[in-house]
Design a protein around this ligand. Structure first.
Ligand SMILES: [Zn+2]
Length: 167
């Protein structure tokens, strides 16, 4: 994720506090939308809240169960989905070879190339993927985009909750 896992964890921690105070809050609705299973715990590591995706994996009756017992269920690990940072772009290229077909009229460009671009320690890192890989990993990029959108919504909501409480 672009903003880092720490920021997301913080947001979720804030959401957990809000969810405890506001049982039918928008926070819960937002967490329900997450494509991956989400479980919020209280201070004693008991289940406070599970989203729709997590309920599908584990079934009902999780309230107040200990997290350690829930996480022993192998279905939970199998249900975890992934999110890749950065973006996947498609590009057609012109090369440096004189008289190449990529400079013909009309030009026949090289590619398509699928480039995964992300920041690592402040530097842009690019990796080329095959078309098959691009197709296979597209859902992981989509998951990350969903997460970024939901985190943005949670952050906007948190700002308005803050402003309400601390006018
Ligand atoms: Zn060429």
């Amino acid at each position: 994720m672009v903003d880092g896992d720490e920021a997301f964890a913080e947001t979720l921690a804030g959401a957990a506090a809000d969810a405890a105070v506001y049982p039918s809050s928008k926070t819960r609705l937002l967490l329900e939308q997450l494509p991956m299973p989400v479980m919020l715990l209280d201070d004693h590591e008991r289940v406070l809240f599970v989203n729709h995706s997590m309920r599908n994996v584990l079934g009902p009756g999780l309230d107040r169960k200990r997290a350690s017992s829930v996480l022993r269920n192998p279905d939970v690990l199998a249900a975890i989905d992934f999110a890749l940072p950065g973006s996947l772009g498609r590009r057609d290229n012109v090369c440096g070879k004189p008289g190449c077909r990529c400079k013909a009229d009309p030009p026949q460009l090289h590619g398509p190339y699928y480039l995964w671009t992300r920041k690592v320690d402040g530097k842009t890192v690019t990796k080329m993927l095959t078309e098959e890989q691009a197709r296979r990993y597209q859902p992981w990029f989509d998951n990350a985009a969903d997460l970024r959108r939901i985190v943005r919504e949670l952050q906007n909501l948190s700002v308005s909750v803050f402003d309400q409480r601390e006018p």
